[in-house]
Design a protein around this ligand. Structure first.
Ligand SMILES: [Zn+2]
Length: 421
């Protein structure tokens, strides 16, 4: 049993807070351990609903900042080709990205992997990424993406990955540490056939579907290529449904929001990518008002050079008054926890109720950066930008203790990535 003691606040979910001690029973901790949480706030683990872990190897790449998508894409593609995307690089980049996430409180990350060199051993890339997560102790949702891949090849690869990696539960391994999903990059990138074929793999294996939609560039290309907006295409292609999560959604109309809500689609807000790329700000308040569950994601190192979800939660809160209404800190925290988990179909993640997964963060708020804060839970976002959790627990196991990884040496992960590049 793992016991957390003396917390000044425990965020059970968006509307419930307690304080004091928290005992995690029934978890498979190898020994009885107590974590001191005096001066600390305990929250559920954060869920990063949209990342591209491979891009952790290509941050601040010259020619990718402040440029249009048509220039960004070939610059990134050339860097991938120079480095050679294989299982070794995928594992090294994922290790860095997942470790960065754990050190900033992200206990589950959805990796929308979009880069599959033609002829590559795609199962080994997926397996290497999953292995990196397992070694560090973080939960991974591996999304077999596609960005202009041959539709038949993408579907065959998704099928092979599902066959190779899945254990007992449909779409999720029995311990919940690995989940698979499918996801074309968007209607701007992939044709109807890719959406349909990946959709068939999803049905067969009980996988969730994810894509990116309504960035301004997505809307522009959809209009130019098909004379239709992305939501119309997704509807025609069978991708407006309650197992689908759409990331970005910067450029959506009130009518489109109503259609998404009716279809049961979930959303992922990614302001740390959308703002620097110049794609606008998703109308989060309107999405929430329509009853659409909204999660939070960082997107990848090609556009957002940090996988620090709490920092992006702060950003989401700060920019919210520009689109609709201000969002309260607790609303945005809930997006980064249960909101993201809802889009993954994982009701056990994102809160600390009886029966929840044993994923949590212990945030020390006793330093000067938090002094004078009247509401420490709101202060998690308003104060102390870039804060990191003191301890992180995933599936009942301590994976970050006293600000350090338990299962790996940070410097070795960094040198591993240098060697793989
Ligand atoms: Zn993205």
């Amino acid at each position: 049993m793992l016991t957390i003691t003396g917390a000044i606040a425990i965020l059970v979910d968006e509307t419930t807070e307690t304080s004091g001690d928290l005992a995690l029973e029934g978890v498979s901790a190898s020994s009885t351990e107590t974590l001191d949480a005096s001066g600390c706030i305990v929250t559920p683990g954060l869920v990063n609903a949209h990342h591209h872990l491979l891009q952790s190897a290509f941050r601040t790449l010259p020619g990718t900042r402040g440029v249009a998508m048509r220039d960004w894409l070939p610059t990134m593609a050339a860097a991938y080709a120079r480095a050679g995307v294989d299982a070794e690089l995928a594992a090294a980049a994922a290790s860095v990205g997942i470790a960065e996430g754990l050190l900033s409180g992200v206990t589950t990350v959805a990796d929308h992997h979009l880069t599959w060199p033609s002829g590559a051993d795609t199962v080994s890339i997926a397996r290497a990424t999953a292995g990196a997560a397992r070694a560090l102790g973080g939960r991974l949702v591996f999304v077999r993406g596609s960005a202009r891949d041959d539709p038949q090849e993408a579907a065959a690869s998704a099928e092979a990955i599902a066959e190779a990696l899945l254990a007992e539960l449909p779409g999720v391994t029995s311990d919940g540490m690995l989940q698979l999903a499918v996801g074309p990059a968007g209607v701007h990138s992939d044709p109807r056939e890719t959406f349909e074929l990946l959709g068939e793999v999803a049905v067969k294996h009980g996988l969730r579907r994810r894509t990116q939609s309504n960035e301004q560039v997505d809307t522009a290309i959809a209009l130019e290529k098909y004379g239709k907006r992305p939501i119309d295409l997704l509807e025609e292609w069978g991708w407006l449904a309650d197992d689908v999560t759409l990331a970005h959604l910067c450029d959506v109309t009130p009518d489109e929001i109503a259609r998404l809500a009716r279809a049961g689609v979930t959303a992922t807000h990614a302001p740390g990518c959308d703002l620097p790329m110049g794609w606008g700000v998703a109308p989060v308040a309107a999405l929430l008002a329509a009853g659409i569950p909204v999660g939070l994601g960082t997107s990848g190192g090609g556009s957002n050079d940090a996988g620090h979800l709490l920092a992006d939660a702060r950003l989401a809160m700060q920019v919210a008054p520009l689109v609709g209404r201000p969002l309260a800190a607790r609303e945005v925290l809930a997006m980064a926890m249960a909101g993201s988990a809802a889009g993954l179909g994982r009701p056990e993640l994102g809160h600390l109720r009886p029966g929840s997964a044993a994923d949590l963060c212990v945030w020390d708020v006793s330093g000067v950066a938090d002094a004078g804060v009247a509401d420490p839970v709101a202060g998690l976002l308003w104060a102390n930008p870039g804060r990191r959790p003191k301890h992180v627990v995933v599936n009942g196991q301590v994976v970050v203790r006293d600000y350090a990884l338990v299962n790996a040496d940070e410097r070795e992960l960094v040198s591993g990535l240098s060697k793989a590049l």
